[in-house]
Design a protein around this ligand. Structure first.
Ligand SMILES: Cc1cc2nc3c(=O)[nH]c(=O)nc-3n(C[C@H](O)[C@H](O)[C@H](O)COP(=O)(O)OP(=O)(O)OC[C@H]3O[C@@H](n4cnc5c(N)ncnc54)[C@H](O)[C@@H]3O)c2cc1C
Ligand code: SF4
Ligand code: SF4
Ligand code: SF4
Length: 754
């Protein structure tokens, strides 16, 4: 965008003084018609000023047109680097190459005292009154250029001629013009410039009240001459690339969705591949980080969608369901690499964290053995999340892809303190992914009555064998477990289901869509209440709940619940407790501790790592997957993680919304729900068309916009993208400004991003 004069002209600059009275910064606007050489005229003016050692910027404002159409070109001049990228709206100097254009639009923004130079065969007097507040110059550059034979018989090129008149208005000595034309290889045009220098007529501005020149037709409108034979081009010696101190570069930036995905998925990559090449190609990208796409595509709270740049335009891209589409419609699996030194790693626990860790180990060519307490792999995915949200087949498909890579699986093998020591000796490393510990209890009177059950146990029982419920069910809690218990209880035959939660509905940590689904299915949420007693003769028959007030905010910013003395009694036949789980690692041998994701014995680290909920307490599947992957890579790379430092994030303001049509998101299909069954409720997308909505933030889509918008036509397609011809790129930044998705940026020539 900014140009500075080349070193050789700077060296000579000292001999060319600045014209007296020239105020900087200077903004020049040239008006002409397509084919008249207006853009080259602006470049020549810029060249003239670089001869004085000044910084310049110049660019044209036109597309692919078009002989005869009005065009504008701009030149800025300053002592220091120019970073302004606007067109020139308030010109200090106006040069009008075609008298037929004179009018309000041409004079727009020109203040009293500005300088106007017009190519016209009319006399200065015919303009003097109407433009008396301007410094006004008139020269018949066309006649001079024709006389001097510049251009062809049908197309007379006047830009080098009128520059002579402009130099005179600037007060430059002719010698400067001579020198500039010689250095630009335009010495042949000097006589015409010299003639214009001598013949230009100038009237000085009259000071007084000023109103901008009224729009008026040209005093002597001229017919637009045919200019078809003229081919405006950059003079061969005018390597304008040397003027710029910034250049456009193709540079990827981080899409906010990618940054928000805890699993580390390349969302832009997989969506663009899905759009252009189909599900298998998309899977080849997604499966690098995501071993459980069918799972996450169903149960992830999708923080990626909250960060999507399209949200502020017409609705976030339905990323989660596109991920599900790929998981469900592709049969692709990545091939394992071969490792130079194959490590043997034991992974304790086969939930999402353990599965992700084992998957990455196997992908990188190492031997992974999952040691799982339960009868099958999956952790909470298998024994917690209900079938109507996550069908068995979807989970099984994802797990099989992992196991097929060559992961060894030892189920029904609960690891205790003794086993831990043994595994540590038997394997090169151990990654512990055992999830949360036992469920919290309430400590209320009557909690051990029959009919009061932990929600996790209830969900697990349901997964093994259908449970039948009768009567009224109360669920205590506000997380995913509570909501899953409520929706499952309704499907098991409960007459009513109430969710009792000690804070407000808006504070419930469960996924919002799931809360809404639970209410739609008939569950009632009773916020700001806490059970204080369960009553019944052997079997629970009622629950005493106290109202809960809001105290001072806690570390999370939420108000602390304050249990009051105001109580009421609710009749119930079943209570399900969903109060969260403890972080307890009962498999750690005596003397071992967990710190920073590693096992320590005193001040010595052991070759034992921790991942997933037991290490982070994050509590989502996607976090567990991301943490499992990073931990596996840390094990393989000696605790040094590959650099995932993001490039600059693309904000919504950096997307050119005007390039895109408003298209609301494609929603997932839902079952009609005539009755509550254990069949999957959300059926996902009907097609992958949603992929076309992705802006591809920060990543080039090869749309050609930069190439089309370059005023100088110096961007070219190459086999793998685009090339900017640095010899001629003036660094105007039009390509960067027009790129729809922020896949380019300006860079200082010394390599620093502008
Ligand atoms: C009911 C429910 C619903 C949920 N819904 C969602 C949801 O919709 N979306 C979401 O993102 N998250 C949800 N979550 C949270 C999510 O499931 C967990 O954050 C995630 O499963 C944690 O993964 P993990 O691998 O760390 O642990 P887990 O999934 O708990 O897996 C731990 C594994 O380790 C095994 N194990 C434990 N101890 C030993 C031992 N000593 N030896 C050998 N093996 C052992 C366990 O059997 C288990 O298989 C839900 C949680 C629950 C309980
Ligand atoms: S795992 Fe979750 S956050 Fe990541 S891309 Fe999938 S839906 Fe989005
Ligand atoms: S528009 Fe596409 S690339 Fe941009 S944030 Fe949304 S999903 Fe990501
Ligand atoms: S304008 Fe189009 S082709 Fe050019 S960098 Fe941007 S996305 Fe790529």
């Amino acid at each position: 965008m900014e140009y500075k004069c080349p070193a050789d002209s700077l060296a000579s600059a000292s001999t060319i003084p600045l014209p007296a009275g020239l105020t900087l910064p200077l903004e020049v606007r040239v008006h002409g018609r397509g084919g008249q050489g207006g853009v080259t005229c602006a470049k020549l003016i810029a060249a003239l000023f670089t001869e004085m050692g000044l910084h310049v910027q110049t660019f044209g404002d036109y597309g692919s047109e078009r002989s005869g159409a009005p065009v504008q070109a701009y030149t800025r001049v300053d002592r220091s680097a120019i970073s302004n990228r606007n067109k020139v709206y308030r010109p200090n100097h106006l040069i009008v190459l075609d008298e037929g254009l004179m009018g309000a639009q041409v004079m727009d923004g020109a203040a009293a005292g500005s300088q106007v130079l017009l190519n016209s065969r009319a006399s200065l007097e015919s303009y003097a009154v109407r433009f008396e507040h301007y410094r006004f110059g008139v020269i018949d550059a066309t006649a001079i250029a024709r006389e001097q034979g510049i251009g062809s018989s049908s197309v007379v090129i006047i830009n080098t001629t009128i520059l002579g008149a402009y130099a005179r208005l600037l007060g430059l000595p002719l010698s400067v013009l001579e020198r500039a034309y010689a250095s630009l290889g335009l010495a042949g045009d000097l006589p015409a410039a010299q003639q214009a220098y001598e013949q230009v007529h100038v009237s000085e501005p009259v000071h007084g009240d000023f109103a901008p020149a009224a729009p008026a037709a040209s005093p002597s409108p001229l017919a637009v001459r045919s200019l078809i034979a003229h081919n405006e081009d950059i003079p061969a010696s005018l390597k304008t690339g040397s003027w710029s101190n910034q250049v456009p570069i193709y540079s990827e930036h981080s899409a906010p969705c990618n940054l928000a995905c805890p699993a580390g998925n390349d969302i832009v990559g997989f969506i663009q591949a899905l759009k252009n090449e189909g599900a298998d190609k998309a899977a080849a990208i997604l499966l690098r980080t995501q071993p459980l796409p069918s799972v996450c595509g169903r149960v992830c709270p999708a923080p990626c969608m909250q960060g999507c740049n399209r949200a502020t335009f017409d609705g976030a891209v339905n990323i989660r369901s596109l991920e599900r589409w790929i998981g469900d419609h592709s049969h692709t699996a990545l091939a394992p690499q071969s490792a130079a030194q194959r490590k043997r790693v034991a992974v304790v626990g086969g939930g999402p964290a353990g599965l992700s860790a084992a998957y990455q180990l196997a992908l990188h060519g190492h031997a992974a053995t999952i040691v799982e307490a339960g009868p099958a792999l999956g952790g909470v995915l298998r024994n917690g999340i209900p079938e109507f949200r996550l069908p068995h087949e979807a989970l099984q498909r994802d797990i099989e892809r992992i196991v097929t890579l060559g992961v060894e699986v030892r189920c029904n093998s609960r690891v205790d303190k003794v086993d831990m020591k043994r595994l540590q000796l038997e394997f090169d490393a151990v990654i512990v992914c055992v999830g949360f510990g036992p469920a919290h209890t309430l400590g209320a009177k009557g909690e051990t009555l029959d009919g009061v059950e932990q929600g996790l146990d209830f969900l697990d029982r349901m997964k093994r064998k259908r449970v039948v419920l009768h009567g009224h069910v109360v669920v205590v809690g506000g997380g995913n477990t509570a909501v899953d218990c409520a929706r499952t209880a309704l499907r098991c035959g409960a007459a009513s289901v109430k969710i009792v939660y000690r804070r407000g509905r808006e504070d419930m940590p469960a996924i919002t869509d799931e809360i809404e689904d639970a209410e739609r299915e008939g569950a009632q949420i009773l916020p700001h209440r806490q059970p204080v007693e369960f009553t019944g003769a052997g079997m629970v028959s009622a629950i005493v709940v106290a109202e809960v007030g809001a105290g001072t905010p806690d570390a999370s910013g939420r108000r602390r619940p304050v249990v009051t003395q105001n109580t009421s009694t609710m009749v119930c036949d079943k209570v399900l407790l969903a109060l969260g789980q403890k972080s307890e690692l009962d498999l750690l041998p005596d003397g071992w501790t967990m710190r920073d994701g590693r096992a320590w014995h005193g001040d010595r680290t052991l070759p034992v790592w921790f991942a997933g909920d037991c290490a982070t307490g994050d509590g989502t599947v996607t976090h567990a997957i991301g943490n499992g992957r990073r931990t596996a890579l840390a094990v393989l790379n000696g605790d040094v993680l590959p650099d995932e430092a993001p490039a600059k994030r693309v904000a919504p303001g950096q997307i050119r919304f005007s390039h895109f049509d408003v298209t609301p998101p494609h929603k997932d299909d839902q079952t009609a729900r005539p009755a509550l069954t254990f069949d999957e409720v959300n059926l996902g997308l009907a097609s992958a068309e949603e992929a076309a909505r992705c802006f591809s933030c920060g990543h080039c889509t090869k749309c050609d916009t930069c190439l089309i918008c370059c005023p100088d036509g110096v961007i070219f397609r190459t086999a793998d993208g685009y090339r900017v011809d640095g010899e001629y790129c003036k660094g105007c930044g039009m390509c960067v400004a027009e790129c729809p998705c922020s896949a380019m940026e300006m860079q200082e020539k010394n390599g620093v991003a502008a």
